[in-house]
Design a protein around this ligand. Structure first.
Ligand code: PLP
Length: 399
C-alpha cells in the first residue's frame, strides 16, 4: 500500500461538476446554464473591450516584480471607491483595512480565517440557500455555521419576516454573511426599504455584516446602484466587512482578482487589521498576482476606460434582463399554466426556477440541458438562439 491508499475521491463540486458533464456531452443541442459565467448572445465567453484596451496599454510596460504582501495600492484605492463610494470619508480617513485577494473566494476565505483568529468563539450566519462554496469556506476556516431564513419557496421571493426574526433571535454581536446584490442562487434581493430595516435590526443587535459582493453591476447594470445595501449600512454607522470580485463585472474570472476590506474604528486599527490580514496571506500564497490588479487599476484609474467599462457592464446586465423576459414569454406562449413572474422579478445572473432535482435530471437526460440540481438557471447562458429550446424543455418537464 502507498502513502495515499486511504484517500477516497472527493465529492464532485455541485457547480463545477455540471461543466464537466456538459463538456463530455456530444449532442449538438446541448445547453450549459450551470456555471455563473457571462456569455454573449452567441454563447461565447466575452473579453470586455476596456480590458483589451487596458492590456494594450500595459503590454511591454509591465515588469514581473512581486506586489506588496497586501497587493497593489492603486488597485485597492480604486476598488474601495466602488464599494464605499468615490467620496467616502472612510477612505479619506484611512479607516478601511483592505488587501488584494484571490478574487471573491479568496476574499471570503481570508475574512473567515481572520474571524476565526480574532473572534475565536464566533459563528457565521449564512442565508438559506447560498452559494455552495460559502459552506466550504467557513468550514475549512473552522468557523461554526448557523443559517438564517432568506428565500420563500412558495412566493419565490424573500422571506423577509423570517429573516428579521432570525436576526432578532441570534445572540447579540453575531456575524452574518449578506449578499450585497444579485443573490446567488436565488436572484432575490431585499428592497431598499427592507435593507434599511435589516440594517436597523443589525444595529439594535450589534451584529457584524459581512457583505459578499460578487456581482456589483450585474443586478441593475449600474455598480453605484448595486452598492446601495452597503451604503445603507455605512450610513447607519456599521463597521462592515466586504469581499469584492472582478470575475463577473469585468469578466476577469481566471485572473483571480478581488479585494477584502474591513471598516475599522480609526486609522490605527485599520493598520493593525491590515497587517494581520497580510500575516494570514503570507504562509498561504505570500502575495497576490499582479496582472489582474494592473488591468483593473488601469481601467478604473482612467475616466475614459472607466466609462467604457460602465457601458459594457450595462450591456451584459441588459442582455440578461432581456433573456429573462424572453424565457418567461416563451413559457407563457407554450401554454404553461404555471406562474413564471419570478423569472423577471429575480435579478442578477441567476434564476431560481423552482424546478425539482427530478425535473432538472430530466432536462439533462432528455434535452442535454445542464444546470445545478437546485433548479438554478444561469441566465448568462441563455441566448436568442437557445431560449426557445430551453423554454420548450422546461415546459415539457414541468407539465
Ligand atoms: N460569492 C458569490 C456569491 C459567488 O457567486 C461567487 C462566484 O460564483 C463568488 C463569491 C466568488 O467568485 P470568484 O472567486 O470567482 O470571484
Amino acid at each position: 500500500s502507498s502513502w495515499w491508499s486511504n484517500v477516497e475521491p472527493a465529492a464532485k463540486d455541485p457547480i463545477l461538476g455540471v461543466t464537466e458533464a456538459f463538456l463530455a456531452d456530444q449532442s449538438p443541442d446541448k445547453v450549459n446554464v450551470g456555471v455563473g459565467a457571462y456569455r454573449d448572445d452567441n454563447g461565447k465567453p466575452v473579453v470586455l473591450e476596456c480590458v483589451r484596451e487596458a492590456e494594450r496599454r500595459i503590454a511591454g510596460n509591465q515588469n514581473m516584480e512581486y506586489l506588496p504582501m497586501g497587493g497593489s495600492l492603486k488597485f485597492i484605492e480604486e476598488t474601495l471607491k466602488l464599494a464605499y463610494g468615490g467620496n467616502s470619508e472612510f477612505i479619506k480617513d484611512r479607516r478601511i483595512a483592505a488587501v488584494q485577494a484571490l478574487s471573491g473566494t479568496g476574499a471570503c476565505r481570508l475574512f473567515a480565517d481572520f474571524q476565526r483568529r480574532f473572534q475565536p468563539d464566533s459563528q457565521i450566519y449564512i442565508p438559506v440557500p447560498t452559494w455552495s462554496n460559502h459552506h466550504n469556506i467557513w468550514r475549512d476556516a473552522q468557523v461554526p455555521q448557523r443559517t438564517f431564513h432568506y428565500y420563500h419557496p412558495e412566493s419565490k421571493g424573500l422571506d423577509f419576516a423570517s429573516l428579521i426574526d432570525d436576526v432578532k433571535n441570534a445572540p447579540n454581536g453575531s456575524f452574518f454573511l449578506l449578499h450585497a446584490c444579485a443573490h446567488n442562487p436565488t436572484g432575490v434581493d431585499p428592497s431598499e426599504e427592507q435593507w434599511k430595516e435589516i440594517s436597523y435590526q443589525f444595529k439594535v443587535k450589534n451584529h457584524f455584516a459581512f457583505f459578499d459582493m460578487a456581482y456589483q453591476g450585474f443586478a441593475s447594470g449600474d455598480p453605484e446602484k448595486d452598492a446601495k445595501a452597503i451604503r445603507i449600512f455605512l450610513d447607519d454607522g456599521h463597521l462592515i466587512g466586504c469581499a469584492q470580485s472582478y470575475a463577473k463585472n469585468m469578466g476577469l474570472y481566471g485572473q483571480r482578482i478581488g479585494c477584502l476590506s474591513i471598516l475599522c474604528e480609526d486609522e490605527l486599527q485599520a493598520v493593525a487589521v491590515k497587517s494581520q490580514l497580510q500575516q494570514i496571506a503570507r504562509p498561504m500564497y505570500s502575495n497576490p498576482p499582479v496582472h489582474g490588479a494592473l488591468v483593473v487599476s488601469t481601467i478604473l484609474g482612467d475616466p475614459e476606460l472607466k466609462n467604457l467599462w460602465l457601458q459594457e457592464v450595462k450591456v451584459m446586465a441588459d442582455r440578461i434582463i432581456g433573456m429573462r423576459t424572453a424565457l418567461r414569454e416563451s413559457l407563457e406562449k407554450l401554454g404553461s399554466t404555471l406562474p413564471w413572474e419570478h423569472i423577471t422579478n429575480q435579478i442578477g445572473m441567476f434564476c431560481f426556477s423552482g424546478m425539482t432535482p427530478q425535473q432538472v435530471d430530466r432536462l439533462t437526460s432528455e434535452f442535454h440541458i445542464y444546470m445545478t440540481r437546485n433548479g438554478r438557471i444561469s441566465m448568462a447562458g441563455v441566448t436568442t438562439g437557445n431560449v426557445g429550446y430551453l423554454a420548450n424543455a422546461i415546459h415539457e418537464v414541468t407539465k
